[in-house]
Design a protein. Structure first.
Length: 133
């Protein structure tokens, strides 16, 4: 699908596909491949000022860095995504939940236990209402 979209010169659709591919690689714990596809998507969406898709790319890039044990970079990327989302008129709480879930992993990797616990409590409050898990 990605190759067909490239032939059709649809950068937004190619980048959306790249996010999906990055998500798959993250699920498979292949951080290097996930990082490559997330970077491609990020470049397109930042250029096009698409904050929602930029946030999605940052999330996947952050998750890739967690699997590569680059916790400091992961936290910074996830924090950027969090800032983008919380600036919206109606924030996407599911994305916030996912970001905070990954931030906890990054913080634990950095041995910042208290901050991780604070974010875990926030996520529990969101999950109690939204029932994501």
């Amino acid at each position: 699908a990605r190759d067909i979209l490239r032939l059709e010169r649809e950068p937004g659709l190619v980048a959306a596909t790249d996010i999906s591919i990055a998500r798959c690689f993250n699920h498979l714990k292949d951080g290097l491949s996930a990082r490559d596809f997330a970077y491609r998507a990020l470049g397109v969406f930042e250029s096009g000022a698409n904050n929602h898709k930029t946030a999605e790319a940052l999330i996947q890039l952050g998750k890739a860095n967690i699997s590569l044990s680059n916790y400091d970079d992961a936290f910074g990327l996830l924090d950027r995504a969090h800032c983008l989302i919380t600036g919206w008129r109606s924030p996407d709480f599911y994305l916030i939940y996912l970001i905070q879930e990954s931030k906890v992993k990054a913080l634990k990797g950095l041995e910042r236990w208290e901050e991780a616990e604070t974010i875990e409590r926030r996520n529990k409050a969101i999950n109690d209402i939204m029932e994501y898990e």
